[in-house]
Design a protein around this ligand. Sequence first.
Ligand SMILES: CC(C)(COP(=O)(O)OP(=O)(O)OC[C@H]1O[C@@H](n2cnc3c(N)ncnc32)[C@H](O)[C@@H]1OP(=O)(O)O)[C@@H](O)C(=O)NCCC(=O)NCCS
Length: 185
Amino acid sequence: MTDQAFAAASATPEIPGKPTSASRTTLSHIMTHNDTNLLGTVHGGVIMKLVDDAAGAVAGRHSGGPAVTASMDEMVFLEPVRVGDLVHVKAQVNWTGRTSMEVGVRVLAERWNESAPATQVGSAYLVFAAVDAEGRPRPVPPVIPETERDKRRYQEAQIRRTHRLARRRAIRELREKRAAEGFED
Ligand SMILES: CC(C)(COP(=O)(O)OP(=O)(O)OC[C@H]1O[C@@H](n2cnc3c(N)ncnc32)[C@H](O)[C@@H]1OP(=O)(O)O)[C@@H](O)C(=O)NCCC(=O)NCCS
């Protein structure tokens, strides 16, 4: 996809675009004993909170105002995180629609007892909707992917968006069909 094709694909051509780098954010946090599960490793929910926080900061920066989490999917935990690890949560806007943004997040851990470089321990994709003071969706600036990696992420986000919408539509249609047939679950 060329730069012109990315610009033409924008759902909000009336708003000036913002490059990916303008809102990219890293949130870093040292894990403590308060963050552990019964096995002594860090609870997945603690990581998910950091992921949502970092993605929310990116969505707010990109959209220039409040943004709410609409969905979180493909949260993957690759390796356990331990007490003392310095966790870095790196987030960026992958794609923008009219009022929503997909934020991609990578979670890395620097092991407190190793000198090795940080290893990737997780990743996730979140959709945020920018909202106005009444909580209604408001238009967002189109993201301008800069590097080849940004462009690949943009195109992959479009594939996920297509699948999310198709899945929602298929489930809604099935429920409507079952309701019409008299099922009450
Ligand atoms: C997200 C929310 C603002 C969407 O409101 P809505 O009235 O359904 O508005 P729309 O249908 O126009 O959706 C707005 C945008 O979000 C996207 N969206 C909404 N729900 C989505 C979902 N489940 N998955 C992916 N995208 C979604 C829509 O596709 C649309 O994007 P687009 O404008 O780029 O095409 C609303 O559902 C909400 O406020 N949810 C609660 C959010 C919240 O409180 N999060 C924190 C959890 S505690």
